[in-house]
Design a protein around this ligand. Structure first.
Ligand SMILES: [Zn+2]
Length: 340
């Protein structure tokens, strides 16, 4: 292993080291040949080091228009493995909170495997078993498209304009959520309809997450969560990751959000849902319109400073950046008591 990799990018984790709930870097690797050791992706070894990113949920994203969703997901997963292998141990995969801590103690950054859009499973919930065996920690039910399991926010919004109520989980989706509970896979309701979120909280015993979204009270977009939805996730011990996609952070101004808008979003979410329910889910590498001056994963450094100046305590920042996400991962994956 080249010594430079370990030396330049070794992690010295602290209480504000970030666990990002959603990045699309795997797609950049898969579709555009980008690498964590290169500079082209928003998330790479250098920007992770500069922004003190200790871990991220790396999503396997399957476009709705792909001809064969299952095989597309397989190829994206191959890219995920390639992406990690070429870091030569600087970034390793973890499947739970204990494995994250162990990797950090060894100076390594962490990739958590996630899926964005359950159509990646085709229409077979049982395929989730294969993904959990690969270390999947979070399953996003939908992308912008509804699928065999659940309705998306886009389709719910269209239904509303026709004066109809949104739809949530299908019968198959209910089976999928129950299986995710059994296997210990978090359900991610980002991109899902409000009705889907309600159904998930009715069925699942796990804390729900919404990995990359924002507050609808501040920016009226169907992709964002109403205060009721924010409170619902909080009431179940779940976590909401704030996206950095400008048009969802701040409506108008052609989506050019600023650092101040990011802080305003977090302050609102804290007021409504409480400090224990919020996190960061940047969506870097997801073809987003990044806020002014926050172009990549190195930008989290600025965010920590801005939050301190805005009255967030060091403890608040630690919860937002790390502890809330560790908590939901911990609840899913209780490690067996150490044996002799
Ligand atoms: Zn997304």
């Amino acid at each position: 292993m080249p010594i430079w990799t370990a030396l330049c990018f070794a992690l010295a984790a602290n209480d504000a080291t970030l666990i990002d709930l959603h990045v699309d870097t795997v797609h950049q690797v898969f579709a555009h040949g980008r690498r964590l050791r290169g500079r082209a992706a928003d998330v790479n070894l250098a920007t992770m080091a500069a922004g003190d990113v200790g871990a991220a949920f790396f999503a396997i994203w399957v476009p709705a228009r792909a001809r064969d969703h299952v095989s597309y997901a397989e190829r994206a997963y191959a890219a995920f493995k390639r992406m990690l292998a070429e870091t030569k141990g600087a970034v390793v995969q973890a499947r739970n909170a204990a494995e994250i801590r162990a990797a950090w103690a060894a100076g390594k950054r962490v990739a958590l495997l996630a899926i964005e859009g359950a159509h990646a499973l085709g229409d077979d919930p049982e395929r989730l078993r294969v993904w959990r065996a690969r270390g999947l920690v979070a399953l996003g039910l939908t992308w912008t498209n509804s699928n065999a399991f659940a309705e998306s926010d886009v389709d719910e919004a269209a239904r509303r304009t026709r004066g109809e109520n949104g739809r949530g989980l299908t019968k198959l989706g209910e089976r999928l959520v129950a299986l995710a509970d059994e296997l210990g896979v978090l359900i991610d309701t980002a991109h899902a309809s409000a009705a889907t979120l309600r159904d998930v909280t009715r069925i699942s015993r796990q804390p729900p997450i919404a990995s990359h979204t924002a507050s609808r009270a501040l920016c009226r977009h169907h992709r964002n969560l109403t205060d009721d939805s924010l409170r619902l996730i909080a009431s179940r011990g779940g976590v909401v990751g704030l996206t950095f996609h400008g048009p969802h952070v701040r409506c108008g101004r052609r989506g050019r959000a600023s650092l101040a808008d990011i802080v305003l979003q977090l302050a609102h979410m804290k007021r409504v849902a409480g400090i224990d329910a919020i996190a960061i889910g940047s969506d870097y590498d997801g073809m987003i319109v990044t806020p002014t001056g926050l172009p990549n994963a190195a930008s989290f450094k600025k965010l920590r400073t801005a939050l301190r100046k805005s009255g967030f305590s060091a403890d608040d920042i630690s919860r937002i950046f790390q502890k809330n996400v560790l908590r939901v991962l911990e609840r899913l994956d209780p490690m067996p008591a150490a044996g002799p």
